[in-house]
Design a protein around this ligand. Structure first.
Ligand code: HEM
Length: 299
């Protein structure tokens, strides 16, 4: 956090300003009531700002706090305690949800109104020097009041960033977990196909050799596709693209196996027709998926 020493140095606040501050106090403090009255008038003219002071007690409190603030600005030592007091004023405005832009506008009003009072008491070089110091005092003050607004904004950004990254982390982990489940499922299925292949071989050697060999051939085809699919999934887990195409190919191969068997079993022409129709649809899907992939690689 910036110290009061750094703030004063950044604004070039020096001994001349400290002297001018005493002169400014002599000019402005006798006018505190007038300034507080005009400031309240300024606030009450605005439809938004006026809503903050609806009761006579709130109006009186407003006048008292602005007088206390100006006195503080012109007479207090600029030290850590002053910085703390002004930071608290900023926090009060943030807490009442006052738009920071309105504080800037109000500061502009105070600046112009007080300039006129200073002008009525000084002229020439003294007036320029007093005005320059008063400018600095208000700018320093506005800077401190704005710190609270900046901090409130930063807090909002920080909270939303933390929430976003927590959500991202959670979804990434969930996605990774689901991919692992998919890989395990594929592995189990591959083992199932190996078992199917074994069963087909047994059938080939013990009973109908034609049926058994054709089925075993189909199972081998499916196993081959399963290996492709597993390889694609492992690549995907390592960060590569996922290929939907391989899933369609696997479904085609499974149907081809069924078609082989149905071709041998001539008693079910409807089943044969349905399998052929399914194959045709999957072929079309594969064609579309491949075409979309080729177009994307060209781009
Ligand atoms: C030059 C700009 C302003 C200065 C120097 C200023 C100063 C102050 C001070 C010293 C307080 C008392 C803080 C405390 O309790 O410790 C305060 C409170 C407050 N200010 Fe301001 N203020 C300014 C602009 C505004 C504006 C534009 C509004 C809008 C209507 C506003 C509304 C309030 C409200 C609602 C409170 C809390 C209630 C109260 O103490 O009256 N202020 N302000």
């Amino acid at each position: 956090m910036t110290t009061i020493g750094e703030i004063l140095q950044n604004f070039g606040y020096g001994p001349v300003d400290e002297e001018n501050r005493k002169a400014l106090a002599e000019i402005l403090l006798p006018n505190l009531d007038l300034i507080a009255e005009e400031f309240y008038e300024f606030l009450s003219r605005d439809p938004v700002m006026s809503t903050y002071f609806l009761t006579p007690a709130a109006v009186e409190h407003r006048k008292a706090t602005i007088k206390r603030w100006l006195e503080d600005l012109l007479t207090s030592k600029y030290d850590v305690a002053f910085l703390r007091r002004m930071t608290k004023v900023g926090q009060v405005h943030v807490r009442v949800k006052l738009d920071g832009h309105l504080v800037n506008a109000a500061m502009h009003f105070i600046r112009s109104f007080c300039f006129r009072l200073i002008e009525s008491e000084a002229d020439g070089e003294r007036l320029s020097s007093l005005n320059a110091t008063f400018d600095k005092l208000l700018d320093i003050n506005l800077d401190i009041l704005t710190i609270s607004y900046r901090e409130a904004e930063m807090k909002k950004i920080f909270v939303s960033q933390r929430l976003e990254s927590a959500l991202l982390n959670l979804s990434e982990r969930l996605l990774h977990g689901l991919n692992l489940v998919l890989t395990l499922g594929l592995l189990a299925m591959a083992l199932g196909v190996v078992a199917l292949f074994g069963q087909d071989l047994v059938q080939a050697f013990t009973g109908e050799i034609e049926h058994g060999v054709i089925k075993a051939l189909g199972s081998l085809l499916i196993l081959w596709m399963m290996i492709e699919l597993l390889q694609a999934e492992i690549e995907h887990l390592k960060g590569g693209r996922f290929h939907l195409k391989i899933f369609i190919e696997l479904a085609i191969v499974a149907l081809i196996r069924k078609l082989f068997v149905a071709a041998l079993d001539k008693s079910d022409p409807v089943g044969f027709g349905l399998i052929s129709g399914g194959l045709l649809t999957l072929g079309l899907l594969l064609y579309l998926a491949t075409r979309e992939l080729t177009e994307r690689t060209k781009r």
